[in-house]
Write a protein that binds this ligand. Structure first.
Ligand code: TXA
Ligand code: MG
Length: 308
């Protein structure tokens, strides 16, 4: 069954069409990364500004080395975190066939090897890298459960279905600078604490307003309904996104990211619950305080962008 789906998706990608496929972080909207026209069509469909680069997905490091230069330190990070939710910005080789539209003509491209069985099968059967942003319209919340896909995307694009994404938050985007420091361009599923097991904390820098990572600048990851965060009281017209056990309660809808205060569980539930609240009959969304450590940092980062 899955084999037929992978074969069909491969055919679509080879002929320049798009495919929605699962990853361990969020669903991706994929195209053959070497096909200019296919890559451009991602921007058009998502209504995404052309200066916001896409991530390139590979099935193994040898495939990445065909297109990119990868230093010893980057290889060390790769061997620790790939396959998995870490995106490393790498320099293209001169002869690289990766579309220039993918990175707005920059030679620096975000690369990762996803850790999802179907994603890996798809990329290895295509034998080409897949360019893919999250499978949502520009500025909207990412999708971890196919029930939450935008009707426009659902109608137009072939979908490889899977269970709800295991991690639930996008990959962490990093760049290694000339001094071998790790620059975090976007918080994600790999935490600063995990990175600090590979590099000294003083060699890890969080880049606040990254010009080269526009996903980190503008309003992003937004629900349709307005959001309030770190709330002490839920208002009458608000639905509640809670965390831990407390006295907060909504008259309309109550969802708890993790009663046990487990941040992995909270991350897994995060986007699906935001979509549920958006679809419910509350007017606004109230979010309880979430600790600003580990994955909590990523959740808070997304929430802050959602309220702008
Ligand atoms: O987990 C993920 O990363 C998912 C799955 C599908 O892999 N993809 C994803 O893609 O979240 P997207 O396009 O929604 O977000 C990519 C982020 C954006 O913030 C973008 O600005 C940044 O990565 N990015 C991509 N390429 C970059 C580059 N060459 N330089 C700097 N930032 C880059
Ligand atoms: Mg996105």
């Amino acid at each position: 069954m899955n084999k037929n789906k992978i074969d069909f998706a491969k055919k679509l990608l080879s002929s320049g069409e798009l495919v929605i496929f699962p990853t361990e972080t969020v669903y991706g909207l994929g195209a053959d990364a070497t096909n200019d026209k296919a890559v451009k069509s991602i921007y058009k469909l998502k209504n995404r500004p052309i200066n916001n680069p896409l991530i390139c997905h590979f099935s193994n490091i040898a495939q990445i080395e065909k297109y990119f230069i990868i230093s010893e330190f980057e290889k060390k990070l790769a061997s620790k975190f790939w396959p998995g939710p870490l995106t490393i910005i790498l320099k293209k080789r001169k002869e690289s066939k990766i579309s220039n539209f993918l990175s707005n003509n920059s030679i620096y491209v975000g690369c990762r090897i996803p850790n999802n069985f179907l994603a890996k099968k798809l990329i290895s059967s295509l034998e080409l890298p897949i360019a893919a942003p999250s499978a949502n319209l520009s500025q909207r919340t990412s999708v971890t459960n196919i029930k939450d896909l935008d009707p426009i995307l659902k109608k137009k694009i072939f979908i490889i279905k899977d269970k709800q994404s295991k991690y639930g938050l996008e990959s962490t985007v990093i760049k290694i600078n000339k001094k071998n420091n790790i620059e975090i361009l976007r918080h994600g599923s790999i935490t600063l604490e995990q990175l600090s097991k590979i590099a000294k904390v003083k060699k890890i820098k969080v880049i606040k307003k990254s010009k080269i990572s526009p996903g980190n600048l503008s309003k992003h990851y937004s629900t349709v309904k307005p959001i309030r965060i770190n709330i002490k009281k839920v208002l009458n017209d608000e639905g509640l996104l809670n965390f831990g056990k407390n006295k907060l309660i909504s008259n309309i809808i109550n969802l708890n990211l993790s009663e046990k205060k487990n941040l992995n569980e909270a991350a897994e539930n995060f986007y699906h619950f935001l979509h549920k609240l958006d679809k419910s009959n509350c007017k606004r969304i109230a979010v309880a305080k979430i600790p600003n450590i580990g994955l909590g940092k990523t959740i808070n980062d997304r929430l802050k962008r959602a309220i702008k």
